[in-house]
Design a protein around this ligand. Structure first.
Ligand code: NAD
Length: 476
């Protein structure tokens, strides 16, 4: 017997969890459960994280969490529990398989079978945001080499373990050359280690358009957090129903399994919700835990129920469906088919190959880092870019003003009158001598302060092994 943690969540959560546990019991899954309270009731006690200390302890002890959806109360101050769980527990890989079940569940893409593997911990979801001026707020997009290496390697290992043929990378590195560029570079490096698996790369906009229109062209897709969040919902929806998809959030220590849909408050308590999303999350969990036989048995019984037209209201369709069932009746229909193989849908075969193991990240410490200058950001609204440029030139010393940009566009020197400017200016100072240090930057900031200007932040400009580590201004 293996002890796992369960959380029944909010809305339809308890109904679909009870149905899922009933199927697991009938399939003789050797599991025991510790239930934790997380979500709405906890938020409403004033705990803005939605999770009490005891729940953390149980989740960390058991290492596997099967979680029903939770409701994040509207209003300020409540943190998304999902994001908290993923980041705190290091659940770096979010895996969402999305395949169609045509003709039993309506879809325009009867042959699609895509797995979206989304980086789960960094990117804009680091949640580091600042209001810097009256007009401008910013969110830091953090992409790290260890983060990219972990998720990309996970995607290739997942493909290998699951006999998938191709891994596609989705990025926007034509614009974000450093952040998305790093993800893409790491993808190419790691793809070369798996010559038996095909790989390709897509710019996210056209890639998503193709994915939505011709999902059959894709197999495994790996991408950063925000893009993955968006495209995994699109992919689940076009496969037939968001209500059918499960997902895993895999970490090196703890892993969490869930449905991808939310708590569906509009149908909560009616006992009509489709438990398939959570059940399929549970099947992923069984596979992860090395219980492939039981996972296969439940999945094939589930496919039998779907192809026999035993459908909950969300996928019920006159002429295709045969029997409208509620949540527990659907679970009973799956249970009645344990041990059977689907006749028309392709049966699943899970080979027992064990969980995906990743190499430890090896940090390289021998990079030569050189300081070239600094970008000083100013809150300023007292004139034209030329006024600011001339004024700032008075602060030139070992560091000299090279350009000013506004929202990334060069406006000084030789800016265009047509460029709209906000009150947020990036002023780039570069070295005039061979070497500069942080004390030159401190001196510059002091001079800028003495000129009566409001410096709101700085970004140092570095080269790494002679390669520029900062973007040029548009028009520079
Ligand atoms: P939702 O997924 O809960 O519901 C969207 C629509 O799909 C609703 O009409 C709902 O009735 C239907 N639906 C969803 N799951 C279904 C199922 N299993 N069977 C039948 N119909 C189903 O999305 P929402 O309404 O945007 O969000 C509701 C709440 O869920 C919000 O508080 C949100 O924060 C939360 N949420 C939680 C999670 C999670 O815990 N992982 C994920 C998404 C949203």
């Amino acid at each position: 017997m293996k002890r796992i943690t369960i959380a029944k969540g909010d809305g339809i959560g308890p109904e679909i969890m009870d149905a899922t546990l009933k199927v697991l019991k009938a399939a003789n899954a050797p599991l025991e459960y510790d239930e934790v309270q997380i979500g709405e009731q906890v938020y409403l006690t004033g705990n803005t994280t939605g999770i009490p200390t005891e729940a953390w302890d149980t989740i960390r002890k058991n290492k596997i969490l099967l979680k029903a959806p939770i409701t994040t109360p509207q209003g300020k101050g409540y943190k998304s529990l999902n994001v908290t769980l993923r980041k705190t527990l290091g659940l770096f890989a979010n895996v969402r398989p999305c395949n169609s079940f045509a003709p039993y569940v309506e879809t325009k893409h009867p042959d699609m079978d895509v797995v979206v593997i989304r980086e789960n911990e960094e990117d804009l979801y680091a949640g580091i945001e600042h209001r810097q001026t009256n007009e401008v707020v910013q969110c830091l997009k953090l992409i790290t080499r260890p983060g990219c290496e972990k998720i990309v390697r996970y995607a290739f290992e997942y493909a290998k373990l699951n006999n998938r043929k191709k891994v596609s990378c989705f990025v926007k590195d034509n614009i974000m050359k450093l952040t998305d560029g790093l993800f893409h570079t790491v993808f190419k490096e790691i793809a070369a280690e798996y010559p038996e698996i095909e790989s390709d790369s897509w710019i996210i906009d056209i890639g998503t358009a193709k994915l939505a229109n011709e999902p059959e062209r894709f197999d495994v897709v790996v991408t950063t957090n925000l893009y993955g969040d968006v495209i995994s919902d699109i992919t689940a929806e076009i496969s037939g129903s968001v209500g059918l998809a499960g997902s895993s959030n895999v970490g090196e220590h703890v892993s969490m399994f869930e449905a991808i849909h939310g708590s569906a408050p509009d149908i909560a308590g009616k006992k009509i919700a489709n438990p398939s999303g959570l059940l399929r999350g549970a099947i992923m969990m069984l596979n992860h835990m090395g219980m492939q036989e039981i996972a296969m048995n439940i999945n094939n019984a589930w496919l039998c129920a779907i192809e026999e037209g035993i459908h909950t209201a969300d996928i019920y369709e006159e002429g295709v469906s045969k029997q409208l069932v509620n949540t527990m009746e659907f679970a009973d229909a799956v249970i009645a088919r344990l041990g059977k193989m689907p006749q028309n849908l392709k049966p699943v075969v899970y080979e027992s190959k064990g969980a995906i193991k990743l190499h430890n990240y090896i940090r390289e410490n021998n990079t030569v880092k050189t300081l070239n200058g600094v970008d000083v950001f100013l809150d300023w609204s007292s004139g034209s870019p030329d006024d600011l440029g001339e004024y700032l030139s008075k602060a030139n010393g070992t560091l000299e003003l090279q350009m000013i940009t506004n929202r990334g566009v060069k406006v000084y020197p030789n800016g265009f009158d047509e460029t709209f400017c906000t009150d947020h200016w990036r002023c780039r100072f570069e070295k005039t001598t061979d070497t500069v240090s942080n004390s030159d930057i401190i001196k510059l900031l002091s001079d800028i302060h003495d000129l009566g200007l409001d410096a709101i932040k700085t970004e140092n400009l570095y080269e790494f092994d002679g390669v520029r580590g900062y973007s040029l201004g548009q028009g520079q």
